[in-house]
Design a protein. Structure first.
Length: 186
């Protein structure tokens, strides 16, 4: 009789859950029905490279939160990356980006900041937030521990894991006896 031990079964289930999280991000509502969301799953060696980059950022910036989050990432099975092509305008001329019209926004030079590229169209940023919420909801429905993390996205951007994305966030996932993403200390 075959037996799947808990570590192997949980690992397989977490990778499957991460795939379902990608579906949730993809099918989340988007402004005007225009999909500029990008997704990926990072695990194995690539996950370790991402954590190493976060450690480098902790050293460079003297921000221990990067090191804390890198440890969380190492203790996770995988991370779901959700990014957006935020340099594309929505053509509504709302001004939330800081420009009077979308044409001004489109013509403005996009500049890479420390972690992301801006300016970002507010509707694309909202789409990113909704996609992140949908992915996190799926993790929750599957009883998978997760947490949306800015620092994972910043490191993913530095490693050019999603070249088209102007903003990226990461959602590490795990299944432990206690949620590893809370009660954290720097």
């Amino acid at each position: 009789m075959p037996v799947i031990k808990s570590e192997k079964g949980e690992s397989e289930a977490l990778l499957y859950a991460s795939r379902l999280m990608l579906v949730s991000a993809r099918t989340a509502p988007k402004a005007g029905g225009i999909d500029d969301i990008l997704t990926a799953i990072v695990f194995g060696r690539e996950k370790e490279a991402l954590a190493e980059e976060m450690d480098k950022m902790a050293d460079e910036r003297k921000i221990e939160g990067f090191r804390r989050d890198a440890k969380n990432l190492r203790d996770s099975e995988a991370a779901v990356l959700v990014g957006v092509r935020g340099a594309k305008s929505f053509k509504l001329n709302c001004g939330a980006c800081g420009y009077a019209t979308c044409n001004e926004f489109d013509e403005a030079k996009k500049k890479a900041g420390r972690d992301f590229t801006g300016p970002t169209c507010i509707f694309k940023a909202l789409d990113l937030g909704i996609a992140l919420g949908s992915a996190a909801k799926t993790a929750s429905l599957l009883n998978v521990d997760s947490r949306i993390m800015y620092r994972i996205g910043a490191a993913a951007r530095r490693l050019n894991l999603m070249p088209e994305a102007t903003v990226i966030m990461g959602i590490p996932i795990s299944a432990k006896g206690k949620n590893i993403y809370f009660d954290r200390q720097i």
